[in-house]
Design a protein around this ligand. Structure first.
Ligand code: SF4
Length: 183
């Protein structure tokens, strides 16, 4: 059975993917690496529901530490302007997605996974093409390969809403960081 490490931003985004993959022969681990959260309380709130849906679908969860300062430091090292001056889905977000995608690939390499993928690919709020290219670049010349999740983003979104209602899962109203809170 192939081992898939699936980067997971939140339960509402991963639920439709788990439904989509439920008849696949992947051994799935959800990789919760979300130091971008504005507070530890938000981090834990989203993690709790990710653990809840993982149980429903029989997946494992790996969580990394909440290191918000490290995440901020990475973005500041890459960008010239103050972080709150960037629009959502602009350069700040591109580096944020890169940071978390790279952590996913690094963990997969160290822990013998066959494939990596991400909830960013089916999110209608994210630049899927950029994320796919990032994963394809990061997995060049290594044994871990990128697994693409095909399908219509709006269909994934609608299914996510339905499944969140069914399982009583938290659907947050912002992306996660402090800069996305009042958008
Ligand atoms: S808005 Fe979302 S993707 Fe953009 S920097 Fe904040 S947490 Fe990352």
């Amino acid at each position: 059975m192939n081992k898939l490490l699936l980067f997971t931003c939140c339960a509402s985004c991963v639920l439709p993917i788990l439904e989509y993959l439920k008849d696949s022969d992947f051994d799935i681990t959800l990789f919760f690496d979300n130091s971008n959260m504005d507070t530890y309380i938000e981090f834990v709130k989203r993690l709790n529901d990710v653990e809840k849906v993982a149980k429903i679908y029989g997946c494992k969860v790996v969580k990394t530490e909440y290191e918000h300062e490290k995440w901020l430091g990475f973005l500041k090292s890459k960008l010239d302007k103050s972080l709150d001056e960037y629009v959502e889905n602009g350069e700040r977000c591109n580096y944020c997605l890169f940071f978390r995608s790279k952590n996913t690939v690094d963990y997969a390499v160290k822990n013998g996974y066959d494939f990596v993928s991400s909830t960013f690919i089916t999110s209608r709020y994210k630049n899927a093409e950029l994320v796919k290219k990032t994963f394809i670049d990061l997995t060049q010349n290594i044994n871990v390969k990128f697994f693409d999740i095909l399908g219509d983003k709006n269909a994934f979104y609608s299914l996510g809403v339905k499944l969140c209602k069914k399982y009583n899962v938290y659907r947050q109203k912002y992306c996660g960081c402090e800069f996305s809170k009042n958008i």
